[in-house]
Ligand binder design. Sequence first.
Ligand code: ZN
Length: 303
Amino acid sequence: MVLPSDIVLCEVGLRDGLQNEAKTLDTSDKLEVANKLISAGFKVIELGSFMSPKAVPQMADTDELFFRLQDITNVEFRALVANKKGIERAIKCGCRKVKLNVSASLGHNLANINMTPEQSVAGFQESYNLARQKDIEVSGSISMPFGSPWEGEISLKAVKSIVEAYLKVGVREISLSDASGMAVPNQVYKVCTQMQKSYPDVKWWLHFHNTRGMAMANILAAMQAGITHFDSSFGGLGGCPFVPGAAGNIASEDVVHMLDEMGIETGIDINKLMEIARSVQCLVGHDTDSYLLKAGRSKDLIR
Ligand code: ZN
């Protein structure tokens, strides 16, 4: 088995996780979590999103978080944006990195905004240009490239066409996001291999939800294909508003534990991370889908 020696994890719990919670956390609690994540070793953190506060009230204080963390320069903080309005907020609060998102599902796009995924991505040009003028880095995400509840399977050709739309806009960092939890490992291996071969200059991220318990197997398959950047969420928090029964992202502590045991470097302290995930469970007020928080580290069993 050929595997990378190092993996970079982006902690997305503060965005993907908390946006799905009924309870909106206080800014001070979020800041404390962010600072603990930094001290646990995370070098990439998705802090929030610049969406309409009416639509996503849990993320309304994203600006404040960026503002309060602006002196920290050795961590990449990113935020999800939908349009130029979001970029304008990013500029004001000192955010240096944004992520655009489009659904790979034609049916989903047509039903929501009456545009094809490619048209949506082309519409990001203005946002991209504004961000780059202000030296803000821009990445792009493609959600449901491995399957969607609208059309089932999404062809590789369809995903490539969206990737090309992003490249045309200027985006060179792309995340494949299995928000519907439909990806399977041999498909992940094939897609990741093909994508890297066709677009060797793109920096790829993979983002798996654990809706059907396949996220960890999918991470392993992606690593075998040479992918080294993954998103994960403390405690396994999260969901997807469009997908019935959607689970959260794969739990960060479960991923770090697996990689630790496999001798793959993440730079993240598992004990600190478990403590963070436990504190987040207290903050949101319920149990979450985390194996590690239930069972502990396998090393801790050795007496
Ligand atoms: Zn997600």
